[in-house]
Design a protein. Structure first.
Length: 371
C-alpha cells in the first residue's frame, strides 16, 4: 500500500504542474537520481525473491505511468507556451524593408544624358561612328595635313594593320570623323545632303595621362550645315547650351580668335567664373571683380574644304561646329578635381559622385541629386 500511496501522490503532483519548470521539478522528485521511486527501487535488494518480483513490478508500473504522464503534460505545456508567445509577438508589415545596396549612374553617363536632352530641345539629332577609324576620316577629311602634330605617334594610337583601302588605322582622337561620315551618308541618301544638325558624343583616345588628361576620355561635337549660317548662330547656340547645362542665366562668353584646321574662322570660347569654396563656379563676366576667364571649348565656321570632303558644295552650304570634353564639363559642374578618378572604378568615389538611377536625373525633371 505504501507504493500505491506514493505513486498516487507523485502522479497528482505531475498533473497539477502548470509550467514546464514545475513539471520538471515533479519529474526530478519522482524519477530523478534521488527521487522517491528511485529510492524505492534501491530497497528491492533487501527483500526476498518473491517480494522483489511483486514489489519491483508495481514500482516499474508507476514509473512507466509517471513517465507517460510527464511526457503528455510537457507536450501540453509546450503548446500552450508557444501559443502564448505567438499571441504576444507581432510583425508590423508597414515598416519599410531595409534598403538593399544598389548601383549608381556614373557622372559621365549623367552628363551625356543632360547634353543629349539639351541639344534635342535645340533640334539636334545624335550621330555615332566607329571608335577605330582610318586616318582619312580622322585627319585628312578634316583638313589636317600629313605634317600636322596630331598625327604624330606620341599623340595618336596607331594600329599595325592598314584598311582595305591602304589607309592607316587609329583609335579616333576626336568625334569629328562622325561629322564627315554623317555628311557623306546624307549625300548618299539625298543628293542635296543638307541641311543637317547633329551632335556626336562618344569615347576618344589620345596618348596622354595626368590629373587633367587620360588616354581615353569623352567628347561631344556639334555640327550645323545650312544656308546663310554665320558666327552669330554659333554664339547663340553656345550661350543657350551653356546656360541650360549650368542652369544659370548669367553665363557670359568671350570668343577669342584661334586656329583649327577644320574651321575657318576659328574661335576659342571662354566663360566667366569665380572660385567659391575651393571650386570653380561658372557665371558672370570674367572681367568682374573676383572673376576670371576659363577656356571651355573650341569652335568655328566649318572649313570649306571639310564641307567638300563631306560631299557637299561649299558654295551653297555653310555651317559651324564645336567640340567640348564631356569629362571636363562634369568636373566643372559637379566639383571634381581629378580626371583620372572617373576611370579608377573606386566604389567610394562612385557612391559620392554617382546619381540615383531611380531618380531619372534629367534636366526636364530637375538634375538628379547625388546618391
Amino acid at each position: 500500500m505504501e507504493i500505491e500511496a506514493i505513486g498516487k501522490r507523485l502522479m497528482a503532483t505531475v498533473e497539477a504542474a502548470s509550467t514546464t519548470e514545475e513539471l520538471e521539478a515533479a519529474r526530478v522528485a519522482a524519477l530523478g537520481k534521488n527521487g522517491e521511486l528511485t529510492a524505492l527501487l534501491k530497497t528491492l535488494g533487501s527483500m526476498s525473491p518473491e517480494e522483489r518480483v511483486s514489489e519491483g513490478k508495481r514500482i516499474n508500473e508507476w514509473k512507466a505511468a509517471l513517465s507517460g504522464t510527464i511526457a503528455a503534460q510537457k507536450a501540453v505545456l509546450d503548446s500552450e507556451a508557444q501559443n502564448a508567445r505567438l499571441a504576444a509577438e507581432t510583425l508590423d508589415l508597414s515598416l519599410p524593408a531595409p534598403e538593399a545596396p544598389r548601383g549608381s549612374v556614373h557622372p559621365i553617363s549623367q552628363v551625356m544624358d543632360e547634353l543629349a536632352e539639351i541639344f534635342a530641345d535645340l533640334g539636334f539629332a545624335v550621330a555615332t561612328g566607329p571608335e577605330i577609324e582610318d586616318d582619312w576620316h580622322n585627319f585628312t577629311a578634316l583638313n589636317m595635313p600629313e605634317t600636322h602634330p596630331a598625327r604624330a605617334m606620341h599623340d595618336t594610337f596607331y594600329f599595325p594593320d592598314r584598311s582595305a583601302q591602304g589607309r592607316e588605322i587609329v583609335l579616333r582622337t576626336h568625334t569629328s570623323p562622325v561629322q564627315i561620315r554623317t555628311m557623306l551618308a546624307c549625300v548618299k541618301e539625298n543628293p542635296g545632303g543638307a541641311p543637317l544638325r547633329i551632335i556626336a558624343p562618344g569615347r576618344v583616345y589620345r596618348s596622354d595621362s595626368d590629373a587633367t588628361h587620360t588616354p581615353m576620355f569623352h567628347q561631344i561635337e556639334a555640327l550645323v550645315i545650312d544656308r546663310d549660317i554665320h558666327l552669330g548662330h554659333l554664339k547663340w547656340t553656345l550661350e543657350t547650351f551653356l546656360k541650360a547645362f549650368f542652369e544659370r542665366d548669367d553665363i557670359v562668353l568671350r570668343l577669342r580668335p584661334s586656329y583649327f584646321p577644320f574651321t575657318e574662322p576659328s574661335v576659342e570660347v571662354d566663360v566667366g567664373y569665380a572660385s567659391e569654396g575651393g571650386r570653380r563656379v561658372v557665371g558672370g563676366s570674367g572681367d568682374a571683380p573676383g572673376h576670371a576667364w576659363m577656356e571651355v571649348l573650341g569652335s568655328g565656321m566649318v572649313n570649306h574644304r571639310v564641307i567638300a570632303f563631306g560631299g557637299l558644295d561649299p558654295d551653297k552650304w555653310q555651317g559651324f561646329a564645336f567640340g567640348i570634353g564631356v569629362d571636363r564639363l562634369a568636373m566643372l559642374k559637379y566639383g571634381m578635381d581629378d580626371l583620372r578618378a572617373f576611370f579608377d572604378g573606386d566604389v567610394r568615389w562612385l557612391s559620392h559622385y554617382g546619381f540615383s538611377a531611380l531618380d531619372v536625373p534629367t534636366l526636364s525633371g530637375g538634375v538628379g541629386t547625388p546618391v
